[in-house]
Write a protein that binds this ligand. Sequence first.
Ligand code: PEP
Ligand code: MG
Length: 578
Amino acid sequence: MKTIKGISVSRGINIGPVYQFHHLDLSFETRQVEDREAEWQRFQDAVKVSKGRLQQMYDRAVKEIGTDEAMIFDAHMMMLEDPDLIDGTMSGIMDEGLNAEAALLAVCEQYCDMLREIEDKYIQARVTDIQDVCNGVIAELLGLGNDAGVRVTEPSVIISRDLTPSDCVSIQKALIEGFCTIEGGTTSHTAILARSLGIPALVGAPDEIEDIPPETIVIIDGYEGVLIIDPDPETIKKYERKREAKLRIIGAALEHAKEPAVTKDGHRVETFVNLGSDSSEDINDAIARGAEGVGLLRTEFIYLNMEKMPDEETQYEKYSNVAKGFGESPVILRTLDIGGDKQLPYLELPYEMNPFLGVRGLRLCLKNPDLFKCQLRAVLRACSHGNLRIMFPMVTKLSEIRRAKELIGECRAELKKEGIEVIPYIHVGIMIEIPGAAIMSDLLAKEVEFFSIGTNDLTQYTLAVDRTNNSLADLANAFDPAVLRLIARVAESAHRYGKTVGVCGELGGDPIAIPILVGLGLDELSMNAPAIPIAKQIIRGLNFEEVKKLAQEVLDLESPADVKAKVFNTLPVIADLS
Ligand code: PEP
Ligand code: MG
């Protein structure tokens, strides 16, 4: 028996045999062909078969995972129509007489090299997609198309160096007990897929996982971030009990998911969902899990999923869908938060040495007023379909809020002139995710209706740790008292001026953080949909007066570990719910 540590990117516990996934050996010889026409035809046939497979993967993903996750295969099919890729390969075959594999690989490498030079994580991620698509065609050309992808025949824990989107979808959902990979971060495809499937997943595991013999029984624990290889019967029993207990808790919480979250002494906390799409599946799922509104609509994900900048009409439709879906419940729409690790391929932004400290979020929108106004007009128009509110990300200064509000005014006036009816008033709030804004929150509170604290960025900026750097994962901890003190300050500032304050960073849905956040007086917590039922249950078990005291006490502690220990000591029940 051996225990290996990884970074947990999706909660849950499962026990099962290992399926070692290795990518196919796609090596081939570069040669000159005699019949160039026939070779060109062979290439076109392989592309056609490849597209057919992608279409099957797309259909399967739509059924098993969801439309948004399936979009990646749609994008892959489009890549197979890219004129640069197709014409380049044709020229390799017809002009140079190369075999189709060699001609395609040469174009693919050239393409990827060009993209690699662009220092941009979003574009870097597209390199993997292009390689994935080209490898699919090469596998067809080599007659290996049927072997491509993961072929699991019994419920298994997938172990791999990394998994591509097509690897992931070729897996039958019901047969996957967990993922454990060496590469990939919390935003890798593996992590996204695992969360949407609700199965445990670890990334950043050591190289030795590749040596685990297939069929070896492992326990994957996405709560503790461990993989236990060849566990003894006692350990298996222990984890089976833990798993059953967790499932019972989740099931019980779901039964009460639609009831409000009110503490034992009558203090109400709103529980909202973080959304990144306008799909009806996501909206209905969130409502079924007890979402009382949307605390954060990450609109940039709507932009990221598109090939070109969405126009006002497209945005209007998407925002209206979410507004309608939630009826009278509030939907906090965050304006474009591009920059940092989120880049739009079709928006040419200058290279920055430190993009997280660069032209990001509201800064970018204020520098590009046409882009910003297009979004604001769409939001103002969509307001009539529900209860939309506007929130600006990455706010540093009062002057930025004033300018952004001026632009809302300009859009309102333009729409009126065009004869378009707009509701007379819209709530405007800001994210507090920069330490400077947290420190100055008493002044900022006068200018807005609400605050929502982005603990992901607030942690990275307060502690000077890049949120995407796995090797700093221990330091990047939102339970650090430095971060908690800022949250306390922001809550106090908001309430002093009668404004509401929420948390929409990952901390908001963390069971261990919830007693602290409630105790600090947060009015609203926003989180991923699966986290909502447990969060509500935790709140119902709290005593507001007691957690107010707890929250003040943790502010004086030394480390995140001390903070968590204090929560567990004061409220032992949290250990079962986290
Ligand atoms: C945050 O920073 O906490 C946040 C919610 O925004 P994002 O993760 O999208 O930067
Ligand atoms: Mg943020």
